[in-house]
Design a protein around this ligand. Structure first.
Ligand code: PEP
Ligand code: MN
Length: 236
């Protein structure tokens, strides 16, 4: 959080609900985490937060500046149809970040974005997030599809960001992929960081340490997209 403030990184990802592969893994703090959310907002950070159901959305839409629709929910059409509809959503008009499902193609990704638009999310409030394909080929298990993301950036009205953390699943590959995405001028990226990465209760293998991300920010400060509101690095 302090690093975000130091570098003017506007958006911080804080999830009170976490979709997890196993029901026995940490599921997020739930509504008891709202005190942490309040604290982060008081620090002037804008928050990115995932909701996985309408019930969770009712909580998340009260505070999030970016609502994350995770890869697993990308084609939950009935959920997508509801997202823009609620009164609170219409009043606050947060961004909606739609992660590409890990086996979804371009047409399916854009089709899901259209569902959001049909529900009332304006096109300039939709952010597409490339998080990699599970293709059974990559030794990390995931291939980050820059070509598809690039096509989306130049053929749709939506902003497009890259998630090199889930897109590689491996700490040593996160920053090289982040550098590539800077070269392709995407609108931002989302990178998972932890003060003690190996102790992270979620995605420990891909979390960067604070000094690692600090060095990256220092090295690339001039070409990081911090000039636009949604062009920042998204931190977790
Ligand atoms: C996440 O962003 O932490 C996450 C679980 O991502 P995805 O939905 O892309 O798997
Ligand atoms: Mn994660």
């Amino acid at each position: 959080m302090r690093l975000c403030q130091k570098f003017g990184v506007t958006y911080f990802r804080a999830q009170i609900f976490k979709p997890r592969t196993s029901p026995y893994s940490f599921q997020g703090h739930g509504e008891s985490g709202l005190t942490i959310i309040d604290f982060l907002r008081e620090q002037g950070l804008k928050l990115v937060s995932e909701a996985c159901s309408l019930e969770q959305l009712k909580v998340v839409e009260t505070y999030a500046d970016v609502i994350q629709v995770g890869a697993r929910n990308m084609q939950n059409f009935e959920y997508l149809k509801q997202i823009g509809r609620s009164a609170i959503f219409q009043r606050r008009l947060p961004y909606v970040m739609l992660k590409r499902g890990f086996s979804n193609n371009y047409k399916e990704w854009i089709g899901s974005a259209k569902y959001l638009e049909e529900s009332g999310v304006p096109e300039d409030k939709i952010i597409l997030c490339e998080r990699g394909t599970r293709d059974g080929v990559a030794f990390t298990g995931t291939t980050l599809d820059f070509a598809m993301a690039y096509k989306a950036k130049y053929e749709t009205p939506y902003q497009v960001i890259i998630d090199p953390s889930h897109g590689t699943g491996a700490r040593d590959l996160v920053l090289p992929m982040a550098k590539l995405s800077l070269g392709l001028s995407f609108d931002g990226m989302m990178i998972e960081v932890h003060p003690e990465p190996e102790k992270s209760v979620s995605d420990a293998k891909q979390a960067l340490s604070v000094p690692e991300i600090e060095q990256f920010l220092l090295d690339h400060i001039s070409n990081l997209g911090l000039r636009q509101e949604v062009g920042g690095i998204y931190a977790n």
